[in-house]
Design a protein around this ligand. Structure first.
Ligand SMILES: C[S@@+](CC[C@H](N)C(=O)[O-])C[C@H]1O[C@@H](n2cnc3c(N)ncnc32)[C@H](O)[C@@H]1O
Length: 391
């Protein structure tokens, strides 16, 4: 008999009504397990409900890896098969890139585990005790399948503190390196490893970057705001006459310049500034662009921040609209889960009205296929990207 937990009656009801894979601590009944273990989950009357990963400290006590009366405790072969299936789902991306999210947490059946492949380097991030305990297995399976030269554990997220895990960055395989070069379509990008944001690159925007490139007229002028290492800017630079890339992080803008040079592009200008005053000044100066990209960080990290976030998105998008030439394109994104697609579109609509502009919705983008959405976990759907033809 392995470790098990019973849910309260309310916990059981919520699970059966929604199949949402998270169980909060106040829905946890009797039971015991070591943090990070897979446990059997039972209803108050002993009816089996499934198998979940247990976290001793987090508000989310259980994260299901399988729901249902027939769920069996996965052994190593079962978990390995799950890992291989996740890799297989990414196969369609191989033609476009060698930088892919291989494992995307709950949506791939590994709660709290992120594994990204950047060419011959893999970066993993363990955000739960379950993911932490599974790390040696993951490293072994990566070795058997992709044989990466370097595997880095980028475990510096603040979320780990809520789980009682230390924040650290460790090289698990090979030798430490500052960056590695990947390919996205025919663009090369140096990805910062030790000091990058997240695991190094925002892979979720890939399909939106490629869509943007299709919309850039040859010889045009493009503004990429919140550029990070310039992934949107460089796709645009393959066609535009001039690209202006803005980020407030000097580390990031250093990488944009390096990436422009890596591709032999001389048409990318880089600015290290806070986007809000910088865009205000561009408007004041009467600057205009054929294409403007706005890809800010998540303004709302929790429900309490929603109102401020909406004000931020509105202000930003007003400036975005003012900077687009008539007939030009505004690409505007939000990665705040707490601001849903309808609300985001409402804010962008209000911003267009403030700016006195009309726009056609020419595309609605989301996160790319290596960031799958689990239908029962709304939190796994977070990225919205609107493509607008502005009049
Ligand atoms: C979601 S990331 C952008 C990802 C990027 N567009 C890509 O496709 O790789 C957000 C970026 O905004 C930058 N940032 C955050 N606040 C900013 C601000 N007020 N002004 C300018 N940049 C900011 C961060 O340094 C980060 O690089």
């Amino acid at each position: 008999m392995g470790a098990e937990f019973r849910l309260t009656g309310a916990g059981r009801r919520r699970l059966l009504d929604t199949r949402h894979p998270w169980v909060f601590r106040d829905h946890l009944g009797a039971g015991d397990a070591t943090s990070g273990a897979l446990v059997r989950v039972l209803a108050p009357d002993g009816e089996p409900l499934g198998i979940a990963a247990y976290s001793a400290k987090s508000k989310i006590a259980l994260r299901f890896v399988q729901i249902g009366v027939d769920a069996v405790m996965p052994n190593e072969d079962g978990l390995r098969a799950r890992f291989l299936a996740a890799l297989e789902r990414r196969a369609p991306l191989a033609a476009t890139t060698n930088a892919v999210r291989l494992i995307s947490s709950e949506a791939d059946g590994f709660p709290g585990l992120i594994v990204d492949a950047y060419g011959d380097t893999c970066v993993l991030s363990a955000l739960t005790p379950f993911a932490e305990l599974l790390t040696p297995d993951i490293v072994r399976w990566l070795g058997e399948t992709l044989a990466p030269e370097v595997v880095l554990a980028k475990n510096d997220s603040a979320v780990r503190e809520l789980e009682g895990l230390p924040r650290e960055v460790k090289v698990l395989v090979g030798e430490t390196r500052a960056s590695t070069v990947i390919r996205e379509s025919d663009v090369k990008l140096a990805v910062p490893l030790q000091h990058g944001q997240k695991t190094g690159l925002f892979l979720d925007q890939r399909s939106n970057r490629l869509r943007l490139r299709d919309l850039v007229p040859p010889g045009s002028r493009v503004l990429d705001v919140f550029s990070y290492v310039g992934a949107f800017a460089l796709q645009a630079a393959t066609k535009a006459a001039e690209v202006l890339a803005v980020d407030e992080s000097a580390r990031a803008t250093g990488w944009i310049a390096e990436n422009a040079a890596l591709n032999g592009f001389t048409n990318v200008r880089v600015v290290t500034e806070n986007a809000f005053p910088f865009l205000r000044q561009l408007v004041k100066d009467g600057e205009t662009f054929d294409v403007v990209v706005l890809d800010p960080p998540a303004f709302a990290k929790n429900k309490r921040e929603i109102e401020d976030a909406l004000r931020g998105y509105r202000e930003l998008n007003v400036r975005g609209f003012r900077l687009v030439k008539p007939g030009g394109v505004l690409v505007t994104a939000s990665c705040s889960y707490h601001v849903d697609e309808t609300t985001f579109e409402d804010v962008v609509r209000a911003a267009a009205a403030d700016a006195g502009r009309d726009a056609l919705v020419i595309g609605r983008g989301a996160q790319d296929l290596d960031h799958p959405v689990l239908l029962s976990l709304p939190e796994s759907r977070y990225l919205k990207c609107l493509f607008l033809r502005v009049r």
